[in-house]
Design a protein. Structure first.
Lengths: 803, 56
C-alpha cells in the first residue's frame, strides 16, 4: 500500500537533515535514515548521549554504502606499519585525519571513544587540524576494526597515499618562536642593565659597575648574535652568493657593526656599547618575521595527487583478490575498483560498462560513461558497481600524475626573489656605504681619531630596521585582511606579487562555473504537481549527481513511497508509485521518441517517462558564477584575460559574451597544455595569475606566478597553490587585486618615512654625535611609527574598498 | 653595594628559569593546539552530569 503523507519538515535528531517520513523513529525522535538511528542507539547504549546535548544535531549522516571489506587494506602489515605513529608489544598509537570534525560534540565524542570499545585507551582531538590521535591495544582491536568503528559513527578518517609516504614532522614556526624568546629575554635584561648608564650621564656611576654591566650585557648578547640573528646572516650570505643585495645585507652589516663597536667599547672600557639597540633590533625584526608568517592550520596548500589517491587497490592475480599498495602496481596488472573508489592509474576497462566521475580532476561533477576496452585516465572515481581494469601505466606515469614529473615540480625557489624591498635595498646599501666612507674621509681630515667612530656610527644608525619591518608588516596585515575575506595566501609575499600581475588565466569548469548549482529547466509535456512529486521522490533514492541536482531543484510538499526501486548504472532509475511506473534517465531508457544526435547536445538531459509514456526532459547546464560579466569588465581595464577549458567549444558563445575582451579561449586543454600555455605567456614577459580548481589545473597553478585554487568547501580538496579562494567570493577578485596595488603604495610611503628617520639619524652620525642612548631611542621610535602607519593604512584602505 | 651583585645574579637566574620554562613548554607542544583544550575543559561538567543521571 503506497502511503501518502503530508509532511511538515521533520528534522533528523542526529544529523539535522530533513526526514522523508516518520517511519524511522525512537519515541518522539525521528531519523532520516537507519544509519543515523544506529549511531543514536549506539551512543545512548554507551552513555554517550551527551553528544546531543553539547551542540544541536551534531551528527554526520552516515552513508550506508560502505562495503564490508572497504577497509580490508588495513589488514596489510606493510600499510599498518606506515600508518601507525608508534607500536610496541601491546599498545599502538595512530593519528588520523577526520575531515568531518566540525563542532564541540565531535571533540567530546571522539575523546570518549574508550566508552565505545574497551581496547581504546585514550584519544585526543586537535580541532584545528581535524586530527584525532588514538592509543589502543592492538591485540583486542585491530587498526581495521578501529577505523571501521569510527566510520560506523560517521567519522570516517581520510587515508590517502600521502600517509603511505614518509611522514615529515617539520616544525618551521617553532624555531622562530624560540629565536624570538631568546632575543626578547636578552633584550629585556640588557635594557634593565643599561638603565644605570643612561641615568648617570654625568659619569657618577662607579667604574666597577660600568665594567660589570658592560660585561653582563656582552654575555647576554652572545646568544642573540649566534642564535637569534643567524637567520639574517644566512639570508644575506645566500643573497650575496646569488649576487643579489637583499634587505638582509644592510641589516647584517648594521648589526655586525653594532656588535663589533659594542665589543670594542666594553673591552677597552671606552663606553657602554650598543647592546640594547642590538638585541632590540634583532627582537623587533624577528617579530616582523613572525607577523609575516601567518599560517592557516585548517588549510593545506601543498596537496598533490597523493593527498587523495588511495593507499591500496585490489589486485586480481590468478583469480585471487589481493590487496596491494598502489605504488606496487605494474603495467598489465588487473585491478578491481568498487563503487566510489578512485582509479589510481591509467587503465583499460575490462568490464562491459563503467561510469567515471572526474570531479576531482576537471571540476565537472557529472560522470562520464565508458564501455569495454575504453581507456580510463587515473583520478576518476567509479560510480556504480565493481569494475575490472587492466593497468596501462604505473601510478606515477599516468596522465594526471606525470604532471608532477615536470621539471617545474622538482625545482625549488623558481619564483623570482626580486621584490620591492630587494630592489630598494640595493641602492640603499650602496648609498649607506658611500656615505660612511665619505664621512670617515672628511673626519680623517678634521680629527683622525674620530674617523672610525663616525664611519661605524653611520652604518649602525642606517641599519634599516624600520625599512625592513615595513614590508612584512604591510603584507602580513594585507594577508590577514584577505584571509578574513576568504582569500587565503600561503605566504604574505604573494600579496606583493599580486600587484605585479599582467595576465589572468581562468579555468572554466568549476572555476568560472559553479560545481554544485546548475540551471535546470523542463522541456516537454507539462507535468502536474503530483507528477513532479513522483519524480522528486524517485530521484531522492539515487546518489547520482544529476539526481541530487534534480532533487534540490524540484519543489514538492509530498513524498511518495516507492516500490520496486531499481537503479541501472549508466541508464537511469525506475520505480512504481501509485501503480504507475516512473522512469528517469537517459533518452533510450525512457523511450524518448525523438532520436537525438548526441554530439550536438551541449547540456545534460534527464528524461522522464510516467506510466510508460514519454513526457519530456530536464535540461541541466552548468551555471556561471554571479556578476562575472561585471568582474570581467573591471579586469579588462588593467589585465589581459585568457580562458582555458578541458571541455569542448559548446560554451564559447556564452564565454565570449561574458569576456568580450579576452585574448584567448582555448578548449580541449590537457593538464600539460594548460601548463605550457602559462609558460608561453611567461616567456613573453607576462606575469600570470591563474585561477583553477581541479587536479588538471595543478601544473598551470604551479607554473603561474601566482596560482589560486577556487573551492566551494574549504575542507575539500584543492590542488597545490599559492592561495585558496572561496567560490562565493569569486566576483570580488578585482577588489582584491586593487587592494594589493594599494598595499604596495603603502609600503612605498613607509619606505619614505623610514628614510626620513634615517636622514635625521645619519645627520647626527656624520657629525660624530651618536650616543648609545640616542640610538636606543631612535630605533624603536622609527620602527613603531612605520609599523603603526603600515597597519593603520592597510586597514583603512581595506575599509575604503569595502573588503 | 655588593648586595647589588647578588641581587642581579638572582634576578637573572629567575628570568632565565622563566625562559627555560617557556622553551620547555614550546618543545612539549603546549602551544600546538590553541583551540581544543579550551573546549575540552568544559566537558568535565558533562561527565559528572552523566554519572548523576546513571545513579538515579
Amino acid at each position: 500500500m503506497p502511503s501518502v503523507e503530508t509532511t511538515k519538515k521533520i528534522i533528523c535528531i542526529h544529523c539535522g537533515e530533513s526526514c522523508p517520513n516518520r517511519s524511522i523513529a525512537i519515541g518522539d525522535d525521528y531519523f532520516c535514515c537507519n544509519g543515523c538511528k544506529f549511531v543514536y542507539e549506539l551512543l545512548n547504549e554507551n552513555n554517550l548521549g551527551s553528544y546531543y546535548k553539547i551542540e544541536d544535531k551534531p551528527g554526520i549522516k552516515v552513508s550506508d554504502k560502505i562495503y564490508d571489506n572497504h577497509f580490508a587494506y588495513l589488514d596489510n602489515e606493510k600499510i599498518i606499519g606506515k600508518l601507525l605513529d608508534f607500536s610496541d608489544a601491546s599498545v599502538s598509537k595512530v593519528t588520523l585525519v577526520v575531515p568531518q570534525i566540525h563542532c564541540s560534540s565531535c571533540i567530546w565524542l571522539l575523546e570518549n571513544l574508550q566508552k565505545l570499545h574497551e581496547a581504546i585507551i585514550s584519544s585526543r582531538v586537535q580541532f584545528l587540524k581535524k586530527e584525532v590521535s588514538i592509543t589502543f591495544t592492538h591485540d583486542k582491536l585491530s587498526l581495521r576494526k578501529l577505523i571501521e568503528l569510527l566510520a560506523s559513527i560517521g567519522y570516517e578518517p581520510q587515508i590517502s597515499l600521502d600517509d603511505y609516504e614518509v611522514k615529515t614532522t617539520s616544525k618551521k614556526g617553532s624555531s622562530l618562536i624560540v629565536r624570538i624568546a631568546v632575543a626578547g629575554f636578552c633584550f629585556a635584561n640588557i635594557m634593565l642593565f643599561s638603565f644605570p648608564e643612561y641615568l648617570s650621564s654625568d659619569g657618577s656611576l662607579s667604574e666597577d659597575f660600568v665594567d660589570f654591566f658592560g660585561y653582563l650585557n656582552l654575555l647576554l648578547s652572545i646568544p642573540v648574535l649566534f642564535f637569534s640573528a643567524t637567520v639574517y646572516f644566512k639570508s644575506a650570505y645566500f643573497g650575496l652568493k646569488q649576487k643579489i643585495i637583499n634587505m638582509d645585507v644592510p641589516i647584517s652589516l648594521g648589526i655586525a657593526m653594532l656588535y663589533m663597536r659594542s665589543l670594542y667599547e666594553v673591552t677597552t672600557s671606552n663606553g657602554a656599547g650598543y647592546f640594547d639597540s642590538f638585541t632590540g633590533l634583532v627582537f623587533f625584526l624577528l617579530i616582523g618575521k613572525l607577523f609575516q608568517q601567518r599560517t592557516y592550520d585548517s588549510l593545506s596548500f601543498d596537496k598533490d595527487y597523493k593527498s587523495y589517491f588511495p593507499i591500496s587497490i585490489i589486485q586480481l592475480k590468478d583469480k585471487i583478490e589481493k590487496i596491494v599498495p598502489i605504488t606496487d602496481l605494474l603495467q598489465g596488472d588487473i585491478i578491481l575498483v568498487r563503487n566510489n573508489e578512485l582509479i589510481p592509474a591509467d587503465a583499460r576497462l575490462l568490464s562491459s560498462h563503467a561510469s567515471i566521475d572526474y570531479s576531482f580532476v576537471t571540476g565537472e561533477s557529472e560522470p562520464i560513461e565508458k564501455s569495454y576496452n575504453d581507456k580510463i585516465y587515473a583520478g576518476g572515481k567509479q560510480v556504480g558497481g565493481i569494475v575490472e581494469l587492466e593497468v596501462l601505466k604505473n601510478v606515477s606515469q599516468s596522465y594526471i600524475t606525470q604532471l608532477w614529473n615536470d621539471a617545474n615540480f622538482t625545482e625549488t625557489n623558481k619564483k623570482s626573489l626580486t621584490n620591492l624591498a630587494t630592489r630598494f635595498s640595493k641602492h640603499f646599501t650602496l648609498a649607506v656605504i658611500s656615505i660612511a666612507m665619505f664621512a670617515s674621509f672628511i673626519w680623517l681630515l678634521i680629527d683622525p681619531s674620530k674617523a672610525i667612530f663616525v664611519g661605524t656610527s653611520v652604518l649602525i644608525i642606517a641599519c634599516p630596521c624600520a625599512l625592513a619591518l615595513s614590508t612584512p608588516i604591510t603584507l602580513g596585515a594585507a594577508q590577514r585582511i584577505l584571509g578574513r575575506n576568504k582569500l587565503f595566501f600561503k605566504e604574505s609575499d604573494t600579496v606583493e606579487k599580486l600587484a605585479s600581475i599582467t595576465h589572468i588565466v581562468f579555468d572554466k569548469t568549476g572555476t568560472l562555473t559553479k560545481t554544485k548549482a546548475s540551471n535546470i529547466s523542463y522541456i516537454g509535456k507539462e507535468l502536474t504537481s503530483e507528477q513532479t512529486s513522483y519524480v522528486r521522490s524517485l530521484v531522492h533514492h539515487s546518489t547520482h549527481p544529476l539526481s541530487v541536482k534534480l532533487y534540490d531543484h524540484l519543489q514538492s510538499e509530498k513524498v511518495f513511497a516507492i516500490e520496486q526501486f531499481d537503479e541501472i548504472a549508466g541508464k537511469g532509475i525506475c520505480g512504481i508509485i501509485e501503480k504507475s511506473e516512473i522512469k528517469v534517465g537517459s533518452a533510450s531508457f525512457c523511450n524518448a521518441e525523438i532520436e537525438i544526435d548526441k554530439s550536438k547536445i551541449l547540456e545534460s538531459r534527464v528524461h522522464v517517462s510516467i506510466g510508460g509514456s514519454y513526457f519530456g526532459y530536464y535540461k541541466i547546464s552548468a551555471q556561471y558564477r554571479e556578476n562575472l560579466a561585471q568582474l570581467a569588465s573591471v579586469l579588462d581595464e588593467d589585465y589581459t584575460i585568457s580562458i582555458l577549458s578541458g571541455d569542448n567549444e559548446s560554451e564559447l558563445a556564452t564565454l565570449r559574451e561574458i569576456f568580450p575582451e579576452a585574448e584567448a579561449f582555448r578548449f580541449h586543454q590537457s593538464p600539460q597544455d594548460k601548463l605550457v600555455y602559462v609558460r608561453e605567456l611567461q616567456d613573453k614577459g607576462e606575469k600570470v595569475l591563474m585561477f583553477g580548481d581541479g587536479l588538471n589545473d595543478a601544473g598551470a597553478l604551479k607554473q603561474a606566478d601566482i596560482g589560486i585554487a577556487v573551492t566551494e568547501k574549504m575542507s575539500a580538496f584543492s590542488p597545490a597553490s599559492d592561495g585558496i579562494l572561496a567560490g562565493e567570493k569569486f566576483a570580488e577578485i578585482s577588489k582584491y587585486l586593487d587592494f594589493s596595488n594599494r598595499a604596495i603604495s603603502i609600503i612605498l610611503v613607509s619606505f619614505i618615512i623610514s628614510i626620513l628617520y634615517n636622514i635625521v639619524g645619519l645627520g647626527f652620525a656624520v657629525m660624530g654625535l651618536l650616543s648609545p642612548l640616542f640610538a636606543a631611542v631612535l630605533m624603536p621610535i622609527s620602527s613603531l611609527t612605520v609599523v603603526g602607519f603600515a597597519i593603520i593604512a592597510t586597514n583603512m584602505t581595506a575599509r575604503k574598498l569595502r573588503i | 653595594m655588593s648586595a647589588l651583585f647578588i641581587l642581579i645574579g638572582i634576578s637573572l637566574f629567575i628570568s632565565l628559569s622563566f625562559l627555560i620554562a617557556f622553551l620547555w613548554a614550546n618543545k612539549k607542544g603546549q602551544f600546538d593546539d590553541t583551540y581544543t583544550p579550551a573546549v575540552r575543559m568544559l566537558f568535565d561538567d558533562i561527565k559528572d552530569e552523566n554519572k548523576k543521571n546513571n545513579n538515579r
